[in-house]
Design a protein around this ligand. Structure first.
Ligand code: AHM
Ligand code: MG
Length: 338
């Protein structure tokens, strides 16, 4: 039996963090508790995915053209329902919703929630890890004018919280408020997230490179050079092992803990890459920077990009600092004239 004194629940951890900020009103902490509840509900449903008729495609397309899975929609609603009437959030934007959802005027709070409800959902049917990614901003609209897209279209450096929930061999919640990165593992027997990975730091140089190499022929020569260097090694760069799950949260989490670089570059079919700036790139960039890593779009720091549209895509190069700097050095260099 665990001694309760050595167990730090996420509630206790959040409360202790809040005490460090006497000006805090508790709203952000409560919003995090709301997300924990959503995470537990989604986790329970993911664990039962093979057993219930919720499994399988619903036959509809989301705004980016991917086939939506039923569990995607369940997760989407669960997160929205957990926060919508809390009085803590004024607007939510989800990868699965065409447009942001404005909370009822009288219930609009001071935070903005952006999320990818079930990232990697094409992996559900084959029992591979998936995840939820979230990003919280302060609202910028006034109470009078009401919440709008403007609240969602903020650069990543303005995030106040970002994190993800990984439904893997265990369910983990990892988040940052800008004071380091902390990971919690769900103990399903008591239904609590327990602090398991305090102050996560990612190695400066990674062991792994993660990229969908089937896109090779659609990449620029610069991207090909970066990937070939990670694969084969070259001078100061030691060859790495390849690891690619095809679930961003799972690939990102492995590289965060073990060290590595994940790339989803632009290619001739997807000139902006595949991943979404607001729901995927920016929150994970905040997490990785807080763990000592880096994230760019190949040229710019992800957190400095000002979004112009809700579902904007961005190339993503993210992970161990030295590896990201090496890749960005090549990708940002002007092309050599032929
Ligand atoms: P999703 O948010 O619709 O699930 O799509 C994003 C997923 C990421 O989890 C993953 O990194 C990527 O798509 C994989 O794409 P690909 O199959 O092109 O390698
Ligand atoms: Mg996604």
């Amino acid at each position: 039996m665990d001694s309760l004194t050595s167990v730090v629940t996420i509630e206790r951890f959040i409360m202790e963090q809040e005490r460090l900020h006497p000006e805090a009103t508790g709203e952000l902490s409560n919003l995090l508790y709301d997300l924990c509840l959503a995470a537990k509900i989604i986790s329970r449903q993911v664990r039962r995915a093979g057993l219930t008729d919720i499994l399988g495609g619903s036959g509809t397309l989301n705004v980016s053209g991917d086939l939506q899975q039923k569990l995607d929609m369940f997760a989407n609603e669960t997160v929205r329902n957990a926060v919508q009437h809390s009085g803590r959030v004024c607007i939510t934007a989800s990868e699965e919703d065409e447009t942001p959802r404005v909370c009822p005027r009288e219930e609009q709070g001071k935070y903005v929630l952006l999320y990818d409800p079930l990232d990697g959902s094409m992996n559900i049917d084959v029992n591979v890890s998936i995840g939820t990614i979230f990003s919280i901003h302060r609202r910028v609209s006034g109470q009078q004018e009401g919440a709008s897209d403007r609240d969602c279209l903020q650069p990543g450096y303005r995030q106040v919280v970002a994190g993800y929930i990984l439904y893997g061999s265990s369910t983990m919640l990892v988040y940052t408020t800008g004071a380091g990165v902390h990971g919690f593992t769900l103990d399903p027997t008591i239904g609590e997230f327990l602090l398991s990975h305090p102050r996560i730091r990612t190695p400066d140089v990674g062991r792994y490179y993660s990229v969908n190499e089937s896109n090779w022929n659609r990449w620029s020569p610069a991207v090909q050079r970066v990937v070939a260097t990670f694969k084969n090694g070259d001078g100061a760069v030691v060859a790495k092992n390849a690891r690619y799950i095809g679930s961003l949260v799972a690939d990102f989490h492995r590289n965060l803990i073990s060290g590595g670089i994940f790339l989803y570059p632009a290619d001739s079919r997807s000139p902006e890459g595949k991943l979404r700036l607001l729901y995927e790139a920016a929150p994970l960039a905040f997490v990785v920077e807080q763990a000592g890593g880096a994230a760019t779009d190949g040229r710019r720091r992800i957190l400095d990009i000002s979004p112009t549209t809700i579902h904007q895509k961005s190339p993503l190069v993210i992970g161990s600092r030295a590896d990201v700097e090496f890749a960005t050095g090549i990708l940002a260099a002007p092309p050599v004239p032929v």
